[in-house]
Design a binder for this molecule. Sequence first.
Ligand code: DUC
Ligand code: ZN
Ligand code: ZN
Length: 492
Amino acid sequence: MEFDLTIRNGRITTSKETFFADIGVKDGKIAAIAPQLPAAAKDIDATGQWVMPGGIDSHAHIEQFSGMGVMCADDFYSGTVSAAFGGTTTIIPFAAQHKGMRIPDVLADYAQRARSKAVIDYGFHLILSEATPENLQSDLVQAIADGVTSLKVYMTYDALKLDDFQLLDVMEVAGREGAMLMIHAENHDVIRWIARKLLASGKTAPKFHAVAHDYLAEGEASNRAIALSRLLDVPILLVHVSATEAIDVIRAARQLGSKVHAESCPQYLFLTAEDLDAEGLEGAKFCCSPPPRDPRAQEAVWQGFQDGTLGVYSSDHAPYRFDTTGKLPKGEATTFKEMANGVPGIELRLPLMFSEGVLKGRITPEKFVQLTATNHAQMYGLEHCKGDIAVGLDADIAIWDPQLQRTITWSDLHDNVGYTPYEGKQITGWPVTVISRGAVVVQDQQLHAQPGQGQYIPRRCPQPLLNNPLQPQPSSAARWLGLKGKAWSGQA
Ligand code: DUC
Ligand code: ZN
Ligand code: ZN
């Protein structure tokens, strides 16, 4: 076979193994993996480099209105360019339904925003803020059938929060239709109560954001979300897990056979609450929800990734500028309650994990591939086309120089945020060539992609494996209520 592109002499890491071989690409797909393939017209010599799947970032906020009504600083061009420079070749950002909006309109709106701008492939999760019968039984069902096979719901934020009754309603539909339900688990009333006390006593600085979002608020809500999901025997995925308590709860539930999956992010490995305690309002640059915790929690997150309690490593890129459009809506008078929640990370997600995880021996290269690509594909219905290096999959590939040393500085990045919370950190290893469906999109620090080149990928219903031989206790509610559907028949 004549290939369109060959990548030769590289050290390939898949989700299962590492070996030396060449890759032949034809029509955007991996067509051959073998020793000594003949060079194609376009041939990349990867001698001394590591060839790994392009990352899938399944948690990013791009050109999105937040629950607080703030527009992100990155649109689908800057967001996807930044992702590509960091070795990511697919993103799954959110299409956010706010109260009063129809789900089909929301999805059409985000599709239209992305279509002409994205330089890498993308799908969408739905954010669901209104669990009305019409939304659940008709529009959500249609969205899932159309390839939006995951949705996120919130247990906090005035504008987004669902109560337990509503969560059960959503779980029932997600389980029946086979969608993955992502949950932001923090106890709303605990946060609100602490925040009111803090503000009343003049404690308004960014560091108090971490005080209000206590780890117990996360632990309690995680426990509750898991209990509800066990009641209906429905898979859930807890997003942006930050605290030791939440990880312990997830681990224990999984050991009982519960179908709970979990994600964590760079900010919970590389930042702590102390970063929020900076001069003036500088700490706002580190404010996200849940907040970064402490070194013990960082260790728990590493442990969670190592033992499989945490299955996906995403950026939760939530880009807000350090000005009145984002972090500081009231300028110098902004309190911790008013600043936009979130930190950027779409470009640095993989390099941080490569440097601090793989090269420092905390995780193997294969685990890196699983956490950054393969497990995302499995969790979100992209396994048939993305997430690994194998014949027949899309040729989404990142070629790493494992020795390249860089000092992180925002001016080298490609987002539109204006700062990075990782400024000054020294890391080793960087993806120097990035390939999306067989096309080189980044090489020699140059972008080679056109806006609109990225394709929308409708997703299948996920069937993630728990790697747990235990079957959960049969749920009497699920049995007596006659709940049936994909979640009850599949492995998830
Ligand atoms: N939740 C997110 O998923 N991202 C940013 C802030 C938040 O609350
Ligand atoms: Zn969230
Ligand atoms: Zn998020």
